[in-house]
Write a protein that binds this ligand. Structure first.
Ligand code: ZN
Length: 348
C-alpha cells in the first residue's frame, strides 16, 4: 500500500485571480474539466479583509459548491465585484467526480491541516501559507453529513466572535477540538472560523441555508456579524468522544436478513442531537462481544463507560447525546460511526 501511495504524485495547488470560465455552471461531477485539481480562487470584492470559504473537502458533500455557484450567478461575480473579497478553496475535485467522500488511496481532505507525513499535507500547507500572508475576516468551511442531523455550525474555539458567527447559521452549535486536523481548526488561529453542516447533500433546504448565510457573511458589517443576534438562545454541545468500528465488521440496519456482526436499529440516526438515556438499545450483536470502540478527546479508550452488552443487545452505558450517527457503511468505515457530545454551558 505504501509503495502505491508513494507512486501517486502529490496534488498540486492551482491558483486563480479571477473566476474561471464555466465554473458557475459546470455540474460538480464535471468540475475537473474546469479545474485540474485543488484550487484557490481569489474573487475581487469591495471590502477587505477577505472571507475564506472552502467547499468540497469531501467530494460527495456538494451543498457548499452549489451555493457558491449560485452566489456567483446571483451577484454576477464574473462581471461585478463581490460585496467583500473572497478567497475560495475548492478541495477534492477528483473525489467529487466520483461522488465519494475521498478516493481510496487518499487521506480525508479535512484531516490534512495539521501534520507532515503525506503529500496532501504539503497541499494544505500551501493553502495555509497563502492565507497567512493576509488578514482574514472569517473562515467558513461547508459540509454535508449522511445521517439525519439538524443544520448546525461547528466551532473549535469558544470566543464570543466564533459563537456569534456560528449562531448566525444555527442555534445548534457544536464545539469540538478533535479531530484537530480539520481546516476550521487551522484557521481558528487566524480569524473567527466555522464549519457549516448543511444536512444531507442534494437537499434544497441546506442549499438555501448555506447560500443565505454566505450572503450575510459577505454583506453584514463586522459589528453585526460577530455580535449576538437578537435571539440569543443557543444550544451548544461539546464533542467528547468518537465511536468507531473496525473496517471488517459487517453491519445491518433494521430487520437484518443477512448474516451480520451487528444489526443496528433502523432509526439509529433519529437519535442524533437528542438526549439518549442509559440503557437505550442501539442494536444487536451476533457475538458475545461488540466491536464498537469509543475514544475520548485525549485518545483514551472509554468504550465500557458508554457502551455495554446486555445479553446480545448493545445498549448505552450512560446518558449521551449523539451526533452524526449514520447508516451509511462507507462513511462509517471512512470516517466514523458517530460522535458523543455533552451540553456546553457557555454563551447563554
Ligand atoms: Zn464533510
Amino acid at each position: 500500500m505504501e509503495n502505491l501511495n508513494a507512486a501517486i504524485p502529490a496534488p498540486q495547488l492551482h491558483r486563480y485571480n479571477t473566476i474561471p470560465e464555466y465554473l458557475p455552471d459546470i455540474p460538480v461531477e464535471e468540475l475537473d474539466s474546469v479545474l485540474p485539481g485543488p484550487s484557490l480562487i481569489a474573487i475581487e470584492g469591495n471590502a477587505s479583509p477577505p472571507i475564506f470559504i472552502s467547499v468540497l473537502l469531501h467530494g460527495n458533500e456538494t451543498t457548499g459548491f452549489l451555493a457558491i455557484q449560485h452566489l456567483i450567478r446571483e451577484l454576477n461575480l464574473t462581471t461585478k465585484p463581490a460585496p467583500r473579497n473572497i478567497i475560495l478553496f475548492i478541495g477534492n475535485i477528483a473525489a467529487a467526480k466520483k461522488g465519494v467522500r475521498r478516493l481510496e488511496h487518499e487521506p480525508d481532505y479535512n484531516r490534512i491541516w495539521n501534520g507532515n507525513s503525506l503529500p496532501e499535507h504539503q497541499l494544505a500547507k500551501a493553502v495555509l501559507e497563502e492565507l497567512s500572508k493576509q488578514q482574514l475576516y472569517a473562515a467558513v468551511d461547508i459540509h454535508n453529513n449522511t445521517g439525519k442531523n439538524p443544520h448546525y455550525a461547528c466551532i473549535n474555539r469558544t470566543d464570543p466572535s466564533f459563537i456569534h458567527l456560528a449562531r448566525r447559521f444555527s442555534k445548534t452549535i457544536v464545539y469540538f477540538t478533535e479531530p484537530h486536523e480539520v481546516i476550521s481548526m487551522a484557521l481558528s488561529h487566524h480569524c473567527p472560523s466555522v464549519t457549516l453542516e448543511c444536512g444531507r447533500p442534494g437537499e434544497t433546504g441546506g442549499f438555501n441555508h448555506a447560500y443565505n448565510y454566505l450572503v450575510q457573511c459577505l454583506t453584514l458589517p463586522e459589528e453585526i456579524l460577530f455580535s449576538p443576534p437578537s435571539n440569543k438562545h443557543n444550544d451548544i454541545f461539546h464533542t467528547i468522544a468518537k465511536i468507531t468500528l473496525p473496517e471488517n465488521t459487517h453491519l445491518g440496519f433494521g430487520n437484518c436478513m443477512n448474516a451480520v456482526d451487528i444489526c443496528f436499529r433502523d432509526d439509529l440516526d433519529e437519535l442524533n442531537f437528542t438526549s439518549v438515556p442509559a440503557g437505550t438499545k442501539l442494536g444487536v450483536s451476533a457475538k458475545k462481544q461488540h466491536s464498537l470502540r469509543v475514544i475520548d478527546n485525549r485518545n483514551r479508550e472509554v468504550t465500557d463507560e458508554y457502551i455495554r452488552l446486555d445479553k446480545n443487545d448493545i445498549v448505552t452505558g450512560k446518558p449521551l447525546i449523539p451526533s452524526m450517527f449514520t447508516k451509511n457503511e462507507t462513511i462509517i468505515h471512512q470516517d466514523c460511526f458517530g460522535y458523543i457530545m455533552e451540553p456546553y454551558p457557555i454563551g447563554k
